[in-house]
Write a protein that binds this ligand. Sequence first.
Ligand code: ADP
Ligand code: MP5
Ligand code: MG
Length: 604
Amino acid sequence: MKERNIGGYVKASTVHREERGKKEEGRKKLTLFMGCLGTISYTFFLLSYSSRNPIRSGPEGFQFSRALKSSSRSMYRGLSLRTSMGEETAASMARQDERPSRGIECSVRKVPHVLTVAGSDSGAGAGIQADLKACGALGVYCSTVITAVTAQNTVGVQGVHHVPEEFVGEQLKSVLSDMHVDVVKTGMLPTIEVVNVLCQKLKEFPVQALVVDPVMVSTSGDVLAAPSILSVFREELLPMADIVTPNLKEASALLGGVQLETVSDMYSAAKSIQSLGPRNVLVKGGDLPASKDAVDIFFDGEHFHELRASRIKTCNTHGTGCTLASCIAAELAKGSSMLPAVKVAKRFVEVALDYSKDIIIGNGFQGPFDHLFKLSRVCNSCKGQRFKPSDLFLYAVTDSGMNKKWGHSITDVVKAAIEGGATIVQLREKVAETRDFFKTAEECLEMCRSYGVPLLINDRVDVALAIDADGVHIGQSDMPARVARILLGPEKIIGVSCKTPEQAEQAWLDGADYIGCGGVFPTTTKENNLTIGLEGLKTVCLASKLPVVAIGGIGVGNAHSVMKIGIPSLKGVAVVSALFDRECVTTATKMLHSVLMDVVSTPN
Ligand SMILES: Nc1ncnc2c1ncn2[C@@H]1O[C@H](COP(=O)(O)OP(=O)(O)O)[C@@H](O)[C@H]1O
Ligand SMILES: Cc1ncc(COP(=O)(O)O)c(N)n1
Ligand SMILES: [Mg+2]
């Protein structure tokens, strides 16, 4: 198999037909890729999610669906390509259409795909690792051909180990012959031989666009490519490139060492580099001395564009160049044309730097930044861990009508409930304007975080996302839990209201964390709500694979009878009026808390 000459998509598809048994291997590769991203919990989520959704399993490769064909074609047309490349691409697409079905009847979807040909950075701020994160953040699949392995951290580059060019070629052939790459992005290409093998493979397997980040020296000043590659860059690679993105030092090197110190120098450099053959040039000004903005100059052979972003005050700029080029490639793979792709990429770098300007990883002067906009928030988030079923013990659900009646502010009642012993809070707001709800929710989140109590939002997945709440609680007529899980990701808490064992089963399949079961008793807070009684609660608790919180008409007088049903999945009670339709919310919460404590501390 290894020696088989896979000459293109036709032969590649024959290989597919012969090797349906490769399915398992494909799955393992995907898991490995996720591991690379370092998100073990995410992998766990995906695996458990797909195991809970057997009907959703699809093909493990990528194919064009007939329905999507025409839109994909127009996506390809959207790009201004060299004619020869464009024709080749259309031809290879036609060949893909002929690929045989793998015997799985389901709809198929083409995924935008960037291949990065670059070096590994052990510190994961730049290189292959940055490329994977950037493409992932923009929703694009990223495959990787590794040209070198560096021992690198926030201080500098301690060592470089080149991958032999034959093996770079083998990796290129593996990916390009099979995986329908849209755009190739290059980073560290350490030797002439590696550049030559890349150019040769690109001619053999043409792609839609080529983004060249001419990496030569790291920000720390360490040499990543021999100066001898300059000639092959100029003569071979740049003429094939749709865009080349040199920083100041690289632009200077490509032009034989000219001094580049001002924005005006960057304009002339962009023009001179464009005359070497690339379709577009972006000269990056991250290292421009004494510039207030981060200025880059884009030149498409006819027009210049001066792209400016605010210069973020941070040491965490390691990998900005790799990220920028990967984002450009990702946007092109999605069908964007060049200038909009560059603008999105620049904006991404600016926002990511801003989000991570304060994070500290390593002791050196060149820290990595956070492509997924998560790290700075995780630091602040509730207890730093996911949902604990014991948090359902005394679950407070707010009600703006009751607050109005008693003249309470929402933040005051949330604080009071927490001080009285509430273990989780849900904001339930049915009438407020979105802007007001957003603001209140933000304030409540800050409060809950300071006490280490999770905050959930009722119904409004958008508000939960906007404020980065701990999760949502959704009803049977709200957004499906399965969709909420996709929107919120693996870490957020999702609760679903259920009245029957079937609904509880569905909530589990959909990836919920707990169910709210009721109304156990008649209640005034929900109109036309069917009461299921203690018997109904018992039936659902016995069937539920998820922890349960009982809800509906529960208070100091009957909480005991609810908890006494003694089914292990029942973890607590959720209450509205018993806490918030009271003058003193703290006292009411304390009373309920002590009733619940009595039940758990009294033996049966
Ligand atoms: N402090 C910063 N704030 C905002 N954008 C920046 C900052 N530093 C670099 N950039 C942007 O990041 C991108 C990469 O630029 P640069 O750092 O010059 O490249 P390289 O990483 O290849 O040296 C450019 O768009 C540049 O303007
Ligand atoms: C493997 C590898 N590739 C590229 C860079 C450039 O990134 P930066 O300019 O931010 O140091 C790097 N340091 N390491
Ligand atoms: Mg930089």
